[in-house]
Design a protein around this ligand. Structure first.
Ligand SMILES: Cc1ncc(COP(=O)(O)O)c(C=O)c1O
Length: 376
């Protein structure tokens, strides 16, 4: 069976992880720092914070920005539920705007309109399928109103903006968040990474990821308990705000560090496969590929095609089952978030999101991953 996506883990990755487990630390050691530094360097950001998942990373990012509880946050309805759930975790209110049919990314026009209508604290653009949103335009509109930007780049490690920088360099945003779930650009089993250029956010994120505990003596709020005769007490730490346990293990970080050595190879392979699909789908009457304009910038995490199911007189269900019988798995990315029963109960709908609904009705992701086509 060919899945729509899967991890590519090599023998050397496995050896590197085994050495970590057998001989080195399992948690809170140097491997996490090594992995963080390798991602920060790769994307061109000053700081990186490894976390247990991108969902955790998004949650902490909202908290670190310290916007008042109840503030409104714009995100994409064409995304995994975590993009919106993390907004709710932080006591904020998700606001969905329509996407562009050609890309599945949020519409700049709709964003502009919404910012005129409502007070928004943060925008969370999702780089759908790994293709960059128009971050230059998004940042320009947001800057005028001092609105924060958190890039949901769960799909997009290895991708570039139109201006050339790597997604995650935070050229246009406060924070970027990546996912290392097995189907993503690289994997740590489960895991995520937050990147930022703000030192202030970096230290807040480090503390939030580990219970809200402060270990830096110069920051202690209770120096009497923290010191003896002016010298810091070696056992002492203090919790000065509420935090979470969202740390990544050293075992995961070892896998991530080893995987980072292959990121360019993985992304190039994805680009080649996507370009090949582009050639095959070109000129087809019944289905077309999307995001061709950003193909060479995209991390090509997914390869979604748009199918006119009415024209072919077959349902998506029939097509998926037929392909499965032939050993090819496909997937729909995504059921619009407002249509999940939890969000419907909160009062959300896709009433004002016509492109979102059209996109959802037509989309199907066909297999793409670095080892596709290789016998394993
Ligand atoms: C767009 C998007 N955002 C966030 C997430 C959450 O990532 P994680 O599974 O690492 O928490 C995902 C996961 O697939 C995703 O697709």
């Amino acid at each position: 069976m060919i899945p729509y996506s899967k991890q590519t883990v090599t023998f050397l990755d496995a050896i590197y992880v085994a050495m970590q487990v057998r001989f080195k630390s399992l948690t809170q050691g140097k491997e996490i720092q090594k992995f963080e530094e390798s991602v920060a360097k790769y994307v061109g950001a000053k700081f990186a914070v490894a976390v247990s998942s991108a969902t955790a990373g998004l949650h902490l990012s909202h908290l670190a920005l310290e916007v008042p509880v109840g503030s409104k946050v714009i995100t994409s309805p064409i995304s995994f539920v975590a993009s919106a759930n993390s907004i709710l975790y932080a006591g904020l209110v998700p606001v969905f705007i329509d996407v562009e049919l050609k890309t599945g990314n949020i519409s700049i026009e709709k964003l502009s309109e919404k910012l005129k209508e409502e007070v928004i604290s943060t925008v969370v653009p999702v780089h759908y399928a790994g293709a960059p949103c128009d971050m230059k335009a998004i940042s320009k509109i947001c800057k005028e109103r001092e609105i924060h930007i958190i890039e949901d780049a769960a799909h997009a490690l290895g991708g570039n903006y139109e201006s050339g920088e790597k997604i995650g360099s935070c050229k246009y945003s406060n924070i970027t968040v990546f996912s290392f779930h097995p189907v993503k650009s690289i994997t740590t089993g489960e895991g995520g990474m937050i990147t930022t250029n703000s030192e202030d956010l970096y230290y807040k994120l480090l503390k939030l990821r580990s219970h809200g505990i402060q270990r830096n003596g110069t920051q202690f709020q209770n120096p009497i308990l923290g010191n003896t005769n002016g010298k810091p007490n070696p056992w002492y730490y203090e919790m000065d705000s509420i935090g979470y346990h969202y740390r990544m293990t050293e075992i995961q970080a070892a896998l991530g560090y080893s995987q980072m050595k292959k990121i360019d190879k993985f992304i190039n392979k994805r680009k080649k496969l996507a370009a090949r699909y582009d050639r095959i789908t070109a000129g087809n009457k019944y289905f077309k590929s999307i995001q061709q304009n950003t193909r060479m910038l995209s991390a090509n995490h997914l390869y979604p095609i748009q199918i006119d199911f009415t024209k072919i007189n077959k349902s998506r269900n029939e097509i998926m089952l037929k392909l499965r019988q032939k050993g090819v798995m496909t997937q729909v990315h995504y059921l619009p978030i407002p249509l999940h029963p939890y969000y419907e109960k909160l009062g959300y709908s896709t009433y004002n999101l016509p492109n979102t609904m059209n996109f959802y009705f037509q989309i199907l992701s066909i297999p793409i991953y670095p080892n596709l086509g290789k016998l394993e």
